[in-house]
Design a protein around this ligand. Sequence first.
Ligand code: PMV
Length: 337
Amino acid sequence: MSRASSIAYPNIALVKYWGKRDEALILPAAGSLSLTVDDLATTTAVEVTDRPGEDIFILNGRAASASATERTSAFLDVIRQQVGDDRAAVVDSTNAGPTGAGMASSASGFAALASAAASAYGLSLDQPALSRLARRGSGSACRSVIGGLAVWHAGDELESFAEPVPGPDLRLVPVIVSGRPKAVSSRRAMRLSRDTSPFYPAWVSSTEETLRQMIAACAAGDIERIGQLTESHALRMHAVIASSTPPVRYLSPASLTVLDAVQELRADGLAAWATADAGPNVCVLTTPGDAGQVAQAMAGLAVSDPAEGAPGPLRILGPGPGAHLIPDPVELTRGAS
Ligand code: PMV
């Protein structure tokens, strides 16, 4: 029996990934760029049993749903095939942030799982290979293998991984308006956008262009340009999603209240630009110097509804580390006894 534990943090995309060109391998239609943050981590322990059979997946202290367990098993199969090992595993995962609410829990989740499971099954991987592996669980997870700013190359199977990119010190203020899981999964909504939105081809080609501009803006440390590109790219993504048939709308009235407030902060001279993933929650991109004022203004909006499962005010997020192994709690307990 072998065990390993890992921690990984969510990443928030400044240039979004939305659409696959290969669903089985999870190859994206275009590249993307994100910031891995330093809070809302997923911690995952994987224990390989001594028998083949069903995997067990415990999420936040309870048996996970059948569909979540199936997705976890399908991911473990990728590793099992590589190492020629058919033993089942027990996976125990805890999210510090809301699960499935568009705060990148699948990114931290599959990055932590990839790191812990590879180690538990005895698969030794360098960072690009671990990023490629995490991608097979959830596309955006490949970026949480990398700390700080990361670019995920569209590439083919071998080239499609994330790697660090240079850039300025940034902060994100998460405004969690709802902790509820989203009604339509990003996997399903991406497929709808690709198959039905008349704007999808323009979205893909313009994303490649935005990515080039964003990499240049990061290298130049041009925060203003990074912010403009971030907000406009997020709004484009939500426009493509809303233009699908049937339409999908992730932003809620509370999200729009936040977007308006962010615009006002900019008019007042603060560095503040909004972005939102596949859910109603908004992250405000800002600088270390303005983050305190931005967070205060966001708390003043009182849009985080506890009835919607939204936690209280969250701390300001800075750049966090990539997925990595941590001392295994069970091994430590055993060692101490
Ligand atoms: O990795 P997935 O399948 O959960 O897709 C995430 C897509 C967005 O979060 C909406 C955008 C992104 O680039 O993270």
